[in-house]
Design a protein around this ligand. Structure first.
Ligand SMILES: C[S@@+](CC[C@H](N)C(=O)[O-])C[C@H]1O[C@@H](n2cnc3c(N)ncnc32)[C@H](O)[C@@H]1O
Length: 461
């Protein structure tokens, strides 16, 4: 009889059981695919940076002799479908990628001030990568689940040697350890509601330093958005559903929930009541995004106009409209297909009841005088636009495919004044076409000035 043993391991708490369940599943998957592997563990060091240095140095010392080809950082509180690990290995071979990982949900939610350092900054992708699956180039990924090729590790360590980044191990052997994982602070400018633009120092983890170093060496950092990752701690951190999960902006979307009332500076009781009403309008803008649109509209120079493409029931229009009402009374043109029956119109939005709701909302907010609505196709409306009417803010939030965004942008961009704001909504991993188009314009026609949740704010060059 062939023995077949059920091994029962009582574990208490998520991290221990996570480690068992996941590593055992991973071993089976790797064996099934006939991929060689070896576990490197390192215990007894409470400092994660020092432990990571030990592990990467060990890989460097043993890779040649053992024929190791890849180095996977897999923290013990991380889990994913084991096939995803195989997929990452395969992508490196297929696409000649040296650094790739999954988007790991952060443990907990941070205050707005930290947005910059906890967010992936999306950059332009390669056509070849995009056509096959949902991978994209980012500036930063966490080391919780990160695969490096031998080349990436060796280049890092050779560079560390050149820079004299090494120390002696604490152990008796006093072996050389390369100092790859560093931490520190970085200064940048942020806009604080009370203080305005201030210099702010972020404390950055070893992941940031590693990715920065790799990019300096010419490596692309790639994230595969199809990989779901669980991060276990006192709570099981994961992106709530497919949509949330796909949001590359980490937990920002979860924090900036639509239910939270958006706040603006110096709001009197009247404005607060209007905002309370506007906040209940069905739509897709988060609280942060509404507040941002409101502030931009409030500050807009007199005489310049606002054009919004894709108004739906008026959630974003109300944020812009209230800004103008309490600001320089700039005019807004809100364009949407609403009840029109044309091919390009997505069924979920095709209903004249949304136009009725839009008009009712504008009326309730006392915005009829400032907001003109046009039920029409954006690019056709643009053809009729009077060139003398100068646009200071253009908000593009209609069709989200590459060709839709391109068409809307090309139709309206010429009417925007130099330095005027061109804003795109939903700049995140789910809408790769949109991200790709926007990235293709960076430095050519527009320059990014801010990224609030998924609102990409640029100015016309
Ligand atoms: C995501 S919704 C807009 C959400 C809105 N900005 C908000 O804050 O809730 C997209 C809208 O764009 C409209 N739309 C799509 N393609 C369009 C086009 N070519 N011209 C005008 N409107 C369009 C749809 O009818 C839909 O109402």
């Amino acid at each position: 009889m062939k023995a077949n043993v059920a091994i029962a391991i009582p574990t208490y708490g998520g991290i221990a059981s996570n480690f068992y369940d996941f590593t055992i599943a991973l071993i089976s998957a790797l064996q099934f695919k006939d991929i060689g592997f070896e576990f490197f563990t390192y215990h007894g060091d409470s400092l994660i940076t020092r432990a990571r240095n030990q592990l990467i140095t060990r890989f460097y010392n043993e890779a040649e002799e053992k024929g190791l080809t890849h180095f996977l950082f897999l923290d013990s509180d991380i889990a994913t479908d084991p096939n995803n690990i195989i997929k990452l290995v395969e992508w490196t071979l297929k696409y000649d990628i040296d650094v790739i990982g999954g988007a790991v949900p952060l443990k907990g939610f941070k205050d707005d001030l930290f947005q910059e350092c906890q967010t992936f900054r999306l950059t332009y992708n390669d056509e070849q990568i995009l056509s096959d699956n949902r991978m994209m180039k980012v500036d930063f990924l966490t080391t919780g689940l990160l695969l490096l090729t031998k080349k990436a590790v060796f280049d890092l360590i050779e560079d560390a040697k050149k820079k004299d980044h090494w120390y002696h191990s604490e152990y008796k052997d006093k072996k050389v350890v390369y100092d790859i994982f560093q931490t520190g602070w970085k200064e940048s400018k942020i806009t604080d509601k009370e203080l305005g633009e201030v210099e702010f120092r972020h404390y950055l983890s070893e992941d940031w330093f590693l990715c920065n170093w790799l990019r300096d060496l010419g490596f692309d950092i790639i994230v595969d958005l199809d990989i779901k990752v669980w991060h276990r701690g006192i709570h099981d951190y994961r992106f709530c559903d497919e949509d949330e999960y796909n949001k590359i902006s980490y937990c920002k979307q979860l924090v900036a929930s639509k239910d939270r009332l958006w706040q603006v500076e110096d709001a009197d009781d009247e404005l607060i009541n209007y905002i309370k009403y506007a906040n209940k309008i069905e739509g897709f803008m988060s609280a942060n995004e509404c507040a941002t649109l409101h502030n931009l509209a409030f500050e807009l120079e007199e005489g310049l106009e606002i054009v919004e493409i894709g108004s739906y029931q008026g959630r974003s229009t109300s944020a812009l409209g209230l800004g103008c009402k309490y600001g320089n009374k700039n005019k807004i043109t809100a364009i949407d297909l609403w009840g029109l029956d044309i091919d390009r119109h997505e069924p979920e939005y095709k209903d004249s009841k949304y136009y009725d709701s839009f008009k009712q909302n504008m009326s309730k907010l006392g915005l009829e005088d400032l907001v003109t609505s046009i039920e029409g196709e954006s690019t056709l409306v643009a053809k009729e636009w009077d060139k003398k009417r100068k646009i200071g803010i253009l908000l593009i939030d209609a069709g989200h495919r590459y060709e839709d965004v391109k068409a809307d942008f090309e139709a309206w961009y010429p009417y925007v004044v130099k330095g005027g704001k061109v804003i795109f909504h939903d700049y995140y991993g789910k809408f790769l076409g949109l991200v790709k188009f926007v990235s293709s314009q960076e430095g050519k026609t527009i320059e990014c000035v801010d990224l609030i949740d998924t609102l990409y704010i640029s100015k016309k060059l």
